[in-house]
Design a binder for this molecule. Structure first.
Ligand code: BGC
Length: 324
């Protein structure tokens, strides 16, 4: 396992070849102190054995696939059901638990590559995925490029848990999401496809608001999800999410080519030991998992997660930092 350091005048990132994981992302706060804005572990080995996908690249298909089964070109495929009755985050040994090759590296950019074999975790097609982390001024760009030799499914995300101030929870963070609707999730966290209009809901984040209180509200979707754990559908095609810590002054804007993000308030962090002996409890961070529609193969007429043989999958998500 190797950690690679990317550095420019503004940002520093550490990336691991295991799971193409974002280990650290160092940003300066209002006082000029350096804050590592992602949760994780000090020992690389922990990334192999722990769940929760801290910082990991998730695929071949992130989020849940109903009953771990799908029909593609009139053929049924059976995937692992590793989350209740459903398939989650690429299966038992999804991309988060695979070793990537470092195929290119400069001071501010690294290209990691993984070749996923035909029927690995049940998915058809030999798929070559490139994950590119690149620093550009105040921005970390995460790019995903893939090609398969058979029709397959793909939906890649990064599963970093952000905390912009090292507070115990993200309760005091302010969140803005350019979204008018979220997709309902059932008791197993599976997207049902039903749209929930955000207007009037406590988790309508079209105007930036402090998170405190919202994750404990008695709204049926929040209660069922044990907090926020829902796909928010964007109504803009850039700068869709903004997370801000009034304490540190750090603002992070998320800008993506993808149409949605699973907003997950770390509801299942269980007090495990994280970096520098810090305990990660529930709501210790927030994930902004940019992606296509979860379970698109069952929910969409023209599923956005199908990658045709020989076609190129190409998506990117940028994290843009400022202090205020
Ligand atoms: C899911 C959660 C799940 C978590 C695993 C998130 O993307 O939406 O339901 O518990 O990943 O750490």
């Amino acid at each position: 396992m190797r950690a690679i350091i990317l550095k420019n005048d503004v940002l520093e990132a550490r990336v691991c070849d295991f799971g193409a994981t974002l280990l650290n992302l160092y940003v300066k706060d209002r006082q000029g102190n350096v804050v590592d804005v992602v949760l994780g572990y000090d020992e690389l080995q922990r990334y192999c054995s722990e769940d929760g996908y801290l910082g990991a690249t998730v695929g071949r298909v992130c989020n849940r696939i109903k009953n771990g089964t799908f029909d593609l070109n009139h053929k049924m495929y059976q995937l692992a059901t590793n989350n209740g009755p459903n398939h989650l985050h690429g299966g038992i040994k999804g991309f988060s638990y695979q070793s990537f090759d470092i195929v290119e590296q400069t001071k501010s950019r690294v290209v990691l590559q993984y070749v996923s074999k035909h029927l690995e975790e049940g998915y058809p097609g030999n798929l070559t995925l490139k994950v590119i982390y690149e620093l550009d001024d105040n921005c970390l760009n995460m790019k995903y490029e893939a090609v398969s030799d058979k029709d397959t499914l793909i939906n890649i995300t990064n599963h970093s848990y952000y905390n912009l101030s090292h507070e115990d929870t993200i309760d005091n963070h302010e969140l803005m999401i350019r979204s008018d609707v979220l997709i309902e999730a059932n008791k197993d966290g599976l997207a049902t496809g039903k749209e929930v209009v955000l207007d009037g809901k406590p988790y309508d984040f079209r105007q930036a608001k402090i998170i405190k209180g919202i994750l404990e509200c008695q709204d049926e979707h929040i209660v069922l999800g044990n907090g926020l754990d829902h796909p928010f559908v964007f109504n803009h095609c850039k700068n869709q999410v903004c997370l801000f810590s009034p304490k540190s002054g750090i603002e992070m804007v998320v800008s993506t080519t993808l149409p949605q993000a699973q907003i997950y308030s770390a509801n299942y962090l269980d007090g495990r030991m994280g970096k520098q002996g810090k305990k990660y409890n529930k709501h210790a961070g927030i994930c902004i998992e940019t992606q296509n529609m979860p379970d698109a193969i069952h929910l969409e007429d023209t599923p956005t997660t199908i990658l045709k043989k020989g076609e190129r999958y190409c998506e990117s998500t940028q994290l843009i930092f400022k202090v205020r």
